[in-house]
Design a protein around this ligand. Structure first.
Ligand SMILES: Cc1cc2nc3c(=O)[nH]c(=O)nc-3n(C[C@H](O)[C@H](O)[C@H](O)COP(=O)(O)O)c2cc1C
Length: 322
């Protein structure tokens, strides 16, 4: 069988290792193979850890000894709360080139599966291209593209195996990941994100059959895998915009085929999950800035309906509704 020379090989190539050569398989993601980086800042999610005493959502209650500190947490919180899907942009306000470059530099730091980076971002800024892109959008989304100084078009790579040689050479030079890991990368990526419906159906069948015996990777469709990675990049972009005082509107209401045609994105290789118009929101016609903020805020389900503790359906208590 071309895909599975042996179970051991498949598992090893996906980063699964047996402790002491026997016993349970362990799935070791790329990050665990990376060299440890002393002095690295604690990530934001540490603030939401479930360890005893850490169940607080307000920054005052957070142990920030090794984090970005109170100021960092509160800046992040402001950026998250300032973001909303902007329905009308101020067409008179431009974005400085340096600001956009800084936002994009931060966007490119988003995580991706095996560090494969299976996405591209095309920034549509010229009047001519804005008109063309607007013509591909559905309903009111056209007006957003026309008004906003910038629209970022996120494309998901549907042939990520092609990126693997570049990743291998990057990783070899920069992080010095083990050769054994790098050599098996094409196989791992092909397993999780290879082309072909038949191959996918076979992998799905195989992993489902093996799952009762030992943990197996969940094999999603190639499109789902690539969209997942690209959506994380788009989130990074939107939060970076927010930190820089810019407003965004993520949109899926468009004809992706037409967009790829107009922007010369190879349709044989990519799909468009998301387009994000970016700029400065038109102030709402309400009296005070506070009322403006409240009017922009979209509702959310109660935290207990979404966040669970230990098992599905067991509400995780103590989360504020922001
Ligand atoms: C994947 C995705 C697709 C979306 N598509 C559109 C869209 O086509 N047009 C639009 O006006 N808003 C779109 N939105 C914005 C959502 O309507 C909005 O995020 C949601 O109502 C919550 O509001 P908020 O973003 O202001 O918190 C989209 C959001 C996401 C995440």
């Amino acid at each position: 069988m071309a895909f599975f020379p042996s179970l051991n090989l498949v598992a090893r190539r996906l980063g699964m290792y047996r402790s002491g050569g026997k016993g349970a398989w362990l799935f070791l993601p790329t990050s665990s193979l990376a060299r440890s980086r002393p002095g690295r800042l604690r990530p934001f999610h540490a603030a939401f850890s479930t360890s005893a005493g850490a169940q607080h959502s307000e920054e005052e209650n957070i142990d920030h000894e090794s984090s970005l500190g109170r100021a960092g947490i509160s800046a992040f919180k402001r950026a998250v709360l300032a973001r909303h899907s902007t329905k009308a942009f101020d067409a008179k306000r431009e974005i400085a080139d340096e600001t956009l470059a800084a936002i994009l530099a931060l966007t490119l730091r988003c995580p991706t599966s095996f560090n494969v980076q299976p996405y591209t971002v095309t920034i549509v800024q010229s009047e001519d291209m804005k008109q063309k892109l607007a013509a591909c959008m559905l309903g009111p989304n056209s007006a957003r593209v026309l008004q906003a100084p910038v629209t970022a078009v996120f494309a998901a790579d549907l042939d990520p195996v092609q990126l693997v040689p570049r990743v291998q050479s990057l990783e070899r030079r920069k992080r010095g990941l083990p050769e054994a890991y790098l050599a098996t990368l094409p196989f791992s990526v092909a397993f999780l994100a290879g082309k072909g419906h038949l191959a996918h159906a076979f992998k799905d069948l195989f992993t489902t059959a093996m799952s009762p015996l030992q943990p197996m990777p969940s094999v999603s469709t190639l499109e789902a895998w690539s969209y997942k990675n690209t959506a994380i990049a788009a989130s990074w972009y939107m939060l970076s915009c927010s930190v820089h005082g810019l407003d965004t509107c993520p949109m899926e209401g468009f004809d992706g085929r037409r967009i790829m045609h107009e922007l010369h994105i190879p349709a044989s290789r990519y799909a468009i999950p998301l387009v994000v118009s970016t700029g400065f929101a038109m102030p709402l016609p309400s009296s005070s800035p506070e009322r403006n903020e409240e009017a922009k805020k979209s509702p959310r389900f109660p935290p207990e309906a979404v966040v669970f503790k230990d098992q599905y359906g067991h509400a995780y208590k103590g989360i504020s509704q922001l």
